[in-house]
Design a protein around this ligand. Structure first.
Ligand code: ADP
Length: 175
């Protein structure tokens, strides 16, 4: 009775799942790429909630790299959002792999602990943050498979690929 892992191509913001994951930056104050798309679609109240979280934490470190934070989803069709901060790629010797795995692990555990059974991930760190897409995809798939053993209430995990290169990589890894 394991969770189902699915591959989806396109825009993560339209998905009607319990929770979608945002590839945020550590300020939580919005950005480009999928972060920008999520904030645009959710509306300004999302930024208000993120600003409140940020105000209660050290400046610039509202969400440290590898961590995850839960918020409302506002105008999005999903129920909740998880904001996680992927590592910037600096060549691979600065703990990038562990930090990226931590994003997937902490997001799944946060979903599990909040009763969120279906979760959609973007390809964290593979845009502006420059993580090599093949390496990032392998970590994403392996980490999700490992962590699902500890999250009995999660029923469905969607990997959402926006670009063709990621889609092809995930297709190979998921068989
Ligand atoms: P990061 O800073 O973590 O690299 P980006 O948002 O720049 O974050 O890119 C992460 C991934 O999200 C990239 O693979 C990019 O193609 C993808 N992406 C961008 N917009 C969307 C969207 N609307 N839905 C799903 N994925 C998206």
């Amino acid at each position: 009775m394991g969770a189902v892992i699915e591959l989806v191509q396109g825009d993560i913001t339209v998905l009607d799942v319990d929770v979608i994951v945002n590839a945020a930056n550590s300020s939580l104050m919005g950005g480009g790429g999928v972060d920008g798309a999520i904030h645009r679609a959710a509306g300004p109240l999302l930024l208000e909630e993120c600003a409140k979280i940020a105000a209660a934490r050290p400046a610039g470190h509202a969400c440290p790299t590898g961590e995850a934070v839960l918020t409302g989803a506002y105008k999005l069709p999903c129920k909740k959002l998880i904001h996680t901060v992927g590592p910037v790629w600096h060549g691979g010797r600065y703990g990038e792999a562990e930090l990226l795995a931590s994003c997937y692990r902490k997001s799944l555990l946060l979903a599990e602990n909040n009763g969120l059974k279906t979760i959609a991930f973007p390809n964290i760190s593979t845009g502006v943050y420059g993580y090599p897409k093949d390496k990032a995809a392998a970590i994403a798939v392996q980490t999700v498979r490992d962590v699902l053993a500890e999250t009995p209430n999660i029923a469905r995990v969607l990997f959402v690929c926006f670009d063709r290169e990621n889609l092809d990589l995930y297709r190979q890894l998921l068989g």
